[in-house]
Write a protein of this length. Structure first.
Length: 99
């Protein structure tokens, strides 16, 4: 999986033999989100899993999943899950304590 590497639409389009605008348009038509949004969704989904299952620092997990821009990652996480990464981890810890 190359999802944790820095990806751009031009390199993806070249890899699949399309021009950037065609690939972007077709992807959005099929998936309902842009390529960039989709990549963030995959990365955040994997970050969420690791926030729950590992004690690794959040910054290390963001690096692991290719989330280089911390601010954008936090904003997208809040949009996708309604919580910031630190809040997700705190919520999980509280659930484990109260069980």
């Amino acid at each position: 999986a190359n999802y944790n590497k820095q990806l751009n639409i031009s390199s993806l389009a070249k890899k699949f033999g399309y021009n950037s605008s065609y690939l972007s348009r077709k992807f959005k038509q099929q998936m309902g989100v842009t390529i960039v949004e989709y990549i963030y969704m995959v990365r955040l989904s994997n970050l969420y899993t690791d926030l729950i299952e590992t004690p690794l620092p959040i910054s290390q997990l963001m690096d692991k999943h290719g989330l280089r821009n911390r601010r954008t990652a936090r904003e997208m996480c809040k949009k996708m899950y309604g919580l910031l990464p630190t809040q997700i981890r705190q919520t999980i810890k509280l659930k484990k304590i109260t069980k």
